[in-house]
Design a protein around this ligand. Structure first.
Ligand SMILES: Cc1cc2nc3c(=O)[nH]c(=O)nc-3n(C[C@H](O)[C@H](O)[C@H](O)COP(=O)(O)OP(=O)(O)OC[C@H]3O[C@@H](n4cnc5c(N)ncnc54)[C@H](O)[C@@H]3O)c2cc1C
Length: 293
């Protein structure tokens, strides 16, 4: 199986997509519709998030395995340290290897139920993502990615501290990083340039999620950890009660930001799809990265 790093090579810009593990049979159908619709566009990789616990985790492993075995796509399995002993983590990593998955996104994760609640490591587990990077690396020939936060991780005291820990993960053996959502290119580009200035050549992929509705927008703001820039909120304001206008403007804003990121030389755009393909296809089509959808 190829690695993410191999898929990112070459001059032409690429894209990748992220899916969530399905919650039930209906969700599974929605996921697979999106998988099949995006498969033909040849993404560099598809990543599947790791659920907060129990059955959701099994579904991550199952969906990742199905993608590995039944599609032409390159799956990246997310894995978190939440509520796992090191022995359990070894077991999951072994499962991934057994189903042919060689690309892992290594994350610390958040306390279940309350992402900003007190982090309590499993008594036989890990505390930070850099430890998981080392563990995955130790266990085999994996290509490992990590998370990056253009506005700083919400638990980080400041951007300098945040950068220090991002570099620690990359120096622990991670091959690339995928960024949390953001709404303006500058914070992402500053972070990328600071990583490069520190002598680290790992690719940092921007995380993109077009703002398609006021509800989606609130989620994006919450996840990014930063308020919308004034120019963006001014563009969206007139469409608060106009579903089609809001969506069209959200797609415009995402396309413009992606174009700027491509002009700045990012190797790939990573789309948070929420298991839908339409908005990703529209943005990619308008950027000319795939035949216009
Ligand atoms: C691209 C992406 C994908 C994600 N996928 C998932 C997923 O599938 N499932 C899921 O549950 N969550 C997922 N998350 C959310 C992620 O798990 C949380 O944001 C989590 O709080 C941080 O994970 P991390 O891997 O960045 O942790 P870490 O890098 O360990 O950082 C956690 C915090 O600790 C600090 N820190 C790091 N190392 C040290 C150290 N040695 N000493 C002191 N402080 C330190 C960091 O600065 C940060 O504030 C994802 C996030 C992103 C951006």
């Amino acid at each position: 199986m190829t690695s993410v790093v191999e898929r990112l090579q070459g001059e032409s810009p690429k894209f990748s997509v992220e899916f969530l593990p399905p919650r039930d049979a209906e969700d599974e159908k929605i996921l697979w519709k999106a998988v099949r619709e995006l498969e033909g566009l040849d993404p560099a990789f598809v990543s599947i998030t790791y659920g907060a616990g129990g059955s959701r985790r099994d579904r991550t492993i199952r969906a990742t395995g199905r993608i590995a075995q039944e599609t032409t796509l390159l799956p990246v399995a997310h894995l978190t340290a939440v509520d796992h002993s090191v022995a359990e983590l070894r077991n999951v990593i072994g499962w991934y290897a057994a189903i042919g998955v060689r690309n892992v996104l290594a994350l610390r994760g958040d306390p279940p139920g309350d992402p900003m609640g007190e982090w309590v490591a499993h008594p036989d587990g890990l505390n930070y993502a850099d430890e998981l990077v080392r563990l995955v690396r130790e266990l085999g020939d994996f290509c490992v990615g990590v998370a990056a936060f253009p506005y700083g991780h919400p638990r980080s005291a400041d951007l300098d501290t945040d950068l220090k820990f991002l570099l620690r993960k990359l120096n622990a053996g991670a091959d690339y990083a995928v960024a949390q959502l953001f709404h303006a290119p500058e914070p992402f580009l500053r972070m990328r340039d600071r990583v490069a200035a520190a002598g680290c050549s790992a690719a940092i992929l921007p995380g993109i999620m077009p703002m398609l509705s006021p509800r989606g927008l609130s989620k994006i703001v919450e996840l990014s950890g930063a308020d919308l820039p004034l120019d963006v909120s001014r563009r969206l304001e007139p469409y608060a009660d106009d579903v089609a206008g809001f969506r069209a403007t959200g797609i415009d804003i995402a396309t413009e930001m992606c174009q700027r990121l491509l002009d700045e030389g990012v190797p790939a755009l990573h789309f948070y799809t929420m298991n839908r393909s339409k908005a990703t296809k529209e943005v990619l089509g308008r950027l000319g990265l795939v035949a216009r959808a």
